[in-house]
Design a protein around this ligand. Structure first.
Ligand SMILES: C[S@@+](CC[C@H](N)C(=O)[O-])C[C@H]1O[C@@H](n2cnc3c(N)ncnc32)[C@H](O)[C@@H]1O
Length: 223
């Protein structure tokens, strides 16, 4: 059985049993191999925009004997994938802006599809796109891996509640606020905003919001 990093294990754990999955930007196809080895999925489509990663993926499929259950495809995002053919789309390990561009080109993902997203940057842009484009974020998770904290979220087509600026950056408080890593994640975001605040009014405003959330957490812990 393949061993996943903590980050990829947390992504894979969100895939429902029996899901038909596309893993976009699969690179070595670690998650697809784990999904079929564990029986979570019978078949997975693993895509990448570049041929090099797909060669690594093909080598892993060969080594693990999973090539009969994982189909490899070179494509940009979800281009060429028939709407309705898959019920779960994973996009992990890319910038939030790339995810926005992939999802903007595939509006069918608003109908009956579970998105599992692990953005490595521009998380606020991704959440803003989702809440303004007919998706509702259903889960927010944080995972620590090799000294970094990664946010992972799931979303489906739906009507979203409003988000504050801080929630666009951190996740909606009612979904993320009780995560054991939230305090550390908030403090890292706060430190970043504090650096920019003297020169940037938006960062200063964000810092105020972060401080208020921090006071709320401290109050909850002191009760
Ligand atoms: C850093 S790797 C992440 C691999 C794996 N998903 C993970 O989370 O460990 C990003 C992969 O996404 C691929 N990629 C980047 N933009 C893409 C796009 N628009 N469509 C498909 N794949 C893309 C890259 O070629 C690369 O293999």
């Amino acid at each position: 059985m393949i061993r996943l990093s903590a980050r990829l294990a947390a992504v894979a754990a969100l895939v429902p049993a029996g899901a038909s999955v596309v893993d976009v930007g699969t690179d070595h196809a670690m998650v697809p191999v784990w999904l079929v080895q564990t029986g979570v999925s019978a078949h997975v489509l693993a895509t990448d925009i570049r041929p090099g990663p797909l060669q690594s993926a093909a080598a892993l499929l060969e080594r693990t004997g999973t090539g009969d259950r994982i189909h490899l495809m070179q494509t940009d995002g979800l281009a060429g994938i028939a709407p309705g053919a898959y019920d779960t789309v994973i996009i992990a390990g890319m910038g939030g802006e790339t995810m926005v561009s992939i999802l903007s080109a595939a509006p069918w993902t608003r109908s009956g599809v579970l998105l599992i997203l692990e953005p490595q940057s521009k998380q606020a842009e991704l959440r803003r796109f989702l809440v303004e484009s007919g998706y509702a974020i259903s889960t927010e998770r944080l995972v620590a891996d090799a000294g970094r904290i990664y946010p992972i979220l799931t979303a489906r087509g739906g009507v979203s509640p409003e988000y504050s600026q801080a929630e666009l950056h951190l996740g909606r408080l009612e979904q993320i606020g009780t995560d054991p890593l939230f305090g550390r994640y908030l403090d890292a975001a706060r430190a970043q905003a504090a650096k920019a605040a003297p020169f940037d009014a938006a960062a200063a405003k964000l810092l105020e919001e972060y401080d208020e959330i921090r006071r709320g957490l401290d109050h909850d812990h002191s009760c």
